[in-house]
Structures are given as C-alpha cells and as structure tokens.
Design a protein around this ligand. Sequence first.
Ligand code: IPM
Ligand code: MN
Length: 353
Amino acid sequence: MPSSYNIAVIAGDGTGPEVISEGIKVLNAAASLFGFSLNFVNYDLGGARYLKTGETLPDSVLDELRRVNAIYLGAIGHPDVPPGTLEKGILLKLRFELDQYVNLRPVKLYPNVETPIKNKGPKEIDFIVCRENTEGFYVGSGGYFKKGTADEIAIQESINTRKGIERLLRYAFETTRARGKRKKLTLCGKTNVLTYAWGLWTRTFQEMAKEYPDVQTDYAHVDAICMWFVKNPEWFDVIATDNMFGDIITDLGAMIQGGMGIAAGGNINPQGVSMFEPIGGSAPKYTGQNIINPLAGILAGSLMLETLGEKVAAKSIEDAVIKALTKDIKSLEAGRMGHSTSEVGDLVEGYLS
Ligand code: IPM
Ligand code: MN
C-alpha cells in the first residue's frame, strides 16, 4: 500500500501561486516516480481574501489545517493591506497555533550559483540555521504607556522560556548529529548585553551539550556572526538562535547562497503539522509575468518531502534542481533566468530520476 499525504496549499499573494504551481508540478512528478501520492487541497488565504472579506485565518480553516500532513505555502503579503495584518493574522498565527517551534533554514550554495562572497563556493557555504519560531520578540508582549503624548513609552518584551529553548536546542543538537558533517553546533546570541535571555539560553545549551559529547559546541554573538557569514562561512555547520536573530541572519544567509530565488525553509513541529515556504516575499511587481524564479518554492517542496519521510524523492528533487542550475539556468533573478517560471518547473521535472 503506497503512502498518501494530504497537503494543504496556501498559494497566497503576488507571485506565490506561480511559484507554488511549479512546486506542485515537480512534487506530483516525484510522487508518481517514487510510488506515493499527494492530495493537494487549496486554501484561499492572503491579501486578496482579506480585502474581500476582512478575514485573515478563520478558525474553521485553522481546524482543518490541524489535520493535514503538511502545509505548502507560497507567499503572504499585499501592497494594499496595512503592514502586520497578514503577517500576524496568517503567517505568525499559523506558526504559533500549530506550535511550529523550529524555523529550519538551510543556507546552501548550489553549484553554478553566484554568491556575492569572493573566493567562496559550495564547499564553504553549506550550513543550517535552526531559528526558534514561537517565542522571543514575536510573542507580541508589550504595550504603550501615555500613547500619543510627549512622554510616550513603548515596551516590547522578548519572552524566552526554558521549555521553548530546550526543545529548539534539542532539535538543533539532533540535527547536528544526524547531519554528521562537521558535527558542530554554534549558539548565536548576545550574551554581552541581553544577559537575562542569553543567560538562560547559555545555561540550557551548556547543560544539553553534556548529552552530546560527539557534538562540538561553539558560541558567537549575533553581530559577529553577520561578519563571519561573509568572511568565513565555512566555519558553520548548524546554528541555533532565537526568533528575532534567526529572522535577521537568515536574510543574510539567503543572500550568500544566491538570493531569495533559491532560499527555502520549513516551520517545523516535529510532533505535529509543519509548513514549508520559500523565504522570499510575494514580489508584487513580478506577479503574473511568468518570470519569477520558482526554485525556492520547489526546494521548499523537497524539504517538505524530507520531513514527511520521503527522503529519496526529496533528494531526487534537490538533484534535479542542481542539474537545472548547472545546465540551463542563467541567473536566479526574476526575468534573467533565460527561461520562464513554468519552463524552469518543466526542466526540474525533466531531470527527476
Ligand atoms: C520570515 C518573515 C516573517 C518573519 C515576517 C513576514 C513576519 O520575515 O519568515 O522570515 O519575520 O518571521
Ligand atoms: Mn524574515
């Protein structure tokens, strides 16, 4: 009996649907090649729905999403919707409600992809960031005092729980061990200034490290890590960090791996429903032109299959992307690929084996 998976698709806004439809094309081809099936169910969420109905993520939809095997997301963001509305109302709400406590972001430079970092190649740029995904500044704890007056005070607190830190670090240690590359886990924080938060992180990290004598541990301040990403990216294997720092360093990570056109990530709940997405946004100016790069979306699909346990199919998609990059694709930038969005999907599909 072949496996079958129910996948909720949130294609979302802007170029999201174009990217996701290439991803689905490739995922379906991989599924039939490797003998499993994917049942995609579309959910209309995003800026367009919000502007029409005022809804972001209705409870009834959330309840359905709790029961699928995974969620495949395109992009959320609309120029006519006030900033924060869709981010908090859809993307962050999904991460929090589904308790997707790891944001897994591989930073991997593929062959033939241009990096702005001089003298570094695929051998040097290949690490994984495990970003905490349900706490920190993203909890939305804080408020205003004397709002609108000259004495106004704004408070924005970072919430760090022992449990939240532990489960993220556990995942990061296990990932480091399973990856088996350099077996090095770097904690990225700010122990010299944010002493309460990073005091708890450091103590938890050091305690857990005793359970993983085979994993080498290291620490870097977040500002320094931005420097090392550019200067010595080869130092990193797996990085664990909090929500805010993880958000920032993975944009830099995406740039050194060739840009938003290739950067994919997973919002992981190892015991529940995980969600996979290209890291880039909805790119409204490229919408509907069939010029956006779908590779990040396709690689998010590969990450989804890997997490579902379809590791051979996941690897086959990644290998097919590498073939398309080495043989066909001229640039990762929208409109400069030498191929349209759908042609890139066709190329990757054709290289599956
Ligand atoms: C990301 C994005 C989100 C974040 C935004 C859109 C809320 O930047 O996935 O990195 O800050 O987490
Ligand atoms: Mn971000």
